[in-house]
Design a protein around this ligand. Structure first.
Ligand code: GLU
Length: 418
């Protein structure tokens, strides 16, 4: 392996596709079709700022593939968002929905903005204008956004309201991840973490690694990371390290995630939590631990640090945290990776439940949501595992082989129009 690793997320997504597609009997044209995003929209979003000035932000919505159903995927607000990143995230959504067998294609949106610098009013105006700009693409039967990095239930409520104003009636099913009071589903908020917990339990059984007493490091303390830490702590695991965008905290004897949440709510950051030592995000990834959960952004485990990772199991709550070169190093070293398109599919699975509930106007209890989520995640884990074993590959390739096969089959039976 020579030369610099290509960390462009779309290049990574392409490489992941190629590394799995070669196990399937696909002709060149179909391969090309499956790799290509179906629609890409770039919009400019003018926002009146509180100081009277005007700022213009760039936003995107990409539908990668809709062969199996409407596009589905979150909207990300982050200063580093690019079209290539959104294309990659949309492609990952296609494979994610197919891995857990939801009747959806893949899509994703993003706005290049630092939401921490905006007031609530500015964020609302940005969101409503972005929703208006992407309105031609979205709808309950065509493309259904949801929360992602730095967006939440309030963001979804604004989008739902904006689209409903244009329609002249309330359109609950246009987005998921809404507040429970407004057509949202019980269990959606913590669904990504809950799904991750379910597949971690299965992987631990597979590896003969008892979850009780297992040491865990979690990178990222947003909705996914903070809840994974809480749930694994409840399962009896020892959370030895946590981090957010400002840095990490470490205590080999264990950190109480509730105390960390309370500290972060009060001070705005994890650092300074009593009885913890400051570490960097990079150091967190290299700690000796049983389970490592990257729950932040892409390209965290790369060719540079993969040989220093000392976890037994990696569960990707984030999208795209591990590069293909790192995958090879980890596989060779016997480290099991539960890939993002499986590990974090709990979020979109409960989004699917929310969409179903909105269509029927009939809402489920939290116990029902959890039961169906566990069923979906456990089945998907074992299907991925069986596919990986059959081809003697890692779980990422197994998941891709399963997912690409499903989308390819949908495309084949539909045929190419006209
Ligand atoms: N943003 C989440 C993801 O990456 C959820 C997407 C959804 O619920 O549609 O999977």
């Amino acid at each position: 392996m020579t030369g610099e690793e290509n960390l462009n997320p779309f290049a990574v997504a392409m490489a992941q596709f190629d590394r799995a597609a070669c196990y399937l009997d696909l002709d060149d044209g179909l391969r090309e079709l499956l790799k290509t995003p179906k629609r890409q929209l770039i919009v400019s979003i003018p926002v009146k700022m509180d100081d009277g000035g005007l700022r213009v932000f760039e936003g995107y919505r990409v539908q990668h593939n809709v062969a199996r159903g409407p596009g589905k995927g979150g909207i990300r607000y982050h200063p580093d968002v690019t079209l290539d990143e959104v294309k990659a995230l949309a492609m990952w959504m296609t494979w994610k929905c197919a891995t857990v067998n939801l009747p959806y294609g893949g899509a994703k949106g993003g706005v290049r903005v630092n939401p921490k610098e905006l007031s609530r009013g500015e964020l609302e105006r940005l969101t409503r204008r972005y929703a208006t700009e992407i309105a031609p693409l979205i709808g309950p039967d065509r493309d259904i956004p949801a929360p992602d990095v730095y967006t939440d239930a309030q963001t979804m409520a604004w989008i739902m309201d904006t689209i409903s104003m244009f329609k002249g009636h309330t359109e609950l099913g246009v987005v998921t991840g809404k507040p429970v009071e407004l057509g949202g589903s019980h269990g959606r908020q913590e669904a990504t973490a809950r799904g991750c917990q379910f597949v971690i339990r299965e992987a631990c059984r597979m590896l003969g690694l008892p979850l009780t007493g297992a040491t865990v490091a979690v990178q990222g303390f947003g909705n996914a990371g903070s809840n994974v830490a809480r749930f694994l702590h409840e399962d009896g695991a020892r959370i030895i390290a946590l981090s957010d965008s400002k840095g990490g905290i470490y205590n080999p004897h264990g950190i109480d995630p509730e105390a960390a949440l309370e500290h972060k709510a009060r001070t705005g950051a994890l650092h300074g939590l009593p009885d913890t030592e400051a570490i960097t995000n990079e150091e967190l990834l290299e700690l000796p631990c049983d389970i490592l959960v990257p729950a932040a952004l892409e390209n965290q485990i790369t060719r540079r640090n993969a040989d220093r990772v000392r976890a037994r199991l990696i569960a990707e709550a984030a999208n795209g945290p591990t590069t293909p070169a790192a995958d090879d190093i980890l596989f060779e070293r016997g480290i099991t990776v539960i890939p993002d398109i499986l590990a974090n599919a709990g979020g979109v699975s409960v989004s699917y439940f929310e969409w179903v509930q909105d269509q029927y106007g009939f809402f489920w209890s939290e116990a029902e949501v959890r039961h169906h989520l566990e069923r979906i995640m456990t089945r998907a884990f074992h299907e991925v595992r069986a596919t990986a074993e059959r081809h003697r590959v890692d779980l990422r390739r197994g998941a891709y082989i399963l997912a690409i096969g499903r989308v390819a089959e949908a495309t084949r039976v539909r045929g190419i129009f006209p």
